[in-house]
Design a protein around this ligand. Sequence first.
Ligand code: AKG
Ligand code: FE2
Length: 295
Amino acid sequence: MEANAVAATGCGSPAERLERGEVLYYPTAPFPLPQGDDLDFLLQQELGSLNHKNISYNPHNGKVNGFVRKNAEQVERLRNIFDRFSKAATEWLTQLLPQYSQGWQLDRASFRPQEEATRRLRAKARNDLIHVDAFPGRPSRGNRILRVFANINPREPRIWVTSDPFAKLLKRYGEAAGLPGRNRTRWLAHLGQGILGLFRPHVARRSEYDLFMLRFHDYLKLNEEFQEKGPKYLHTFPPGSVWVAMTDTCSHAVLRGRYALEHSYFVSPVVLALPEESPPVLLQKACAASGRRAA
Ligand SMILES: O=C(O)CCC(=O)C(=O)O
Ligand SMILES: [Fe+2]
């Protein structure tokens, strides 16, 4: 495994590097992270139930979910810590990626209290299997997924592996995962959407692109040949470090570490530096090349 090989290639603007699947790495946090009593308080919070993978924060309504609720004061403090993190991360990313900030939507922030090395999750939810991101509950509908992570563990690093970017993976595994456009897939997908809509009316409708990305996410996690033999680049993120990636392009897994903060953004295709290299466009080209109707 090569150490930080992807991060080391770095040429081009930050947006170009992200869109090509690089991880941008900052050994010292470029914006304020929780410190002192706030940090101690955060590290004491526990995940609420097995239904929650993380403790999450919605910056649009200030709601925190997925933690063991003890009293109103605790909820308020947690909300304030998340609010400060969301604002600080967003302000810094606005400086780093001004063009993105013209066309992004803030998604969720999260706190990750579990040790990743020993977590027991069903295969498709496992974080230690390499994948590109697609959120089942929050379809991106062709927007890109930008994420910033901070390791707030006072002592231990967080360990990631990354592999090939989406463009390469699509060429190698797109057909096998099931490109959009087959009548059967389309019919089943629409049936699935109808049923999903009955039970989860609040979940936005998934586009063909979302359905493919979810399929691809699962396909990669379950493909033993890719997981075992695919190229792997090791990233060691020490305490206090920050990293940024477009996780729908940069394939990744977390192997070890607990206590990370994260913020996600949906970036509109109109503000991308390399729109022709974005997953929705690459997918459309792959469909056209294989004689299918575009997604
Ligand atoms: O928590 C991490 O470091 C990354 C986990 C992951 O792959 C994800 O949340 O999509
Ligand atoms: Fe992921």
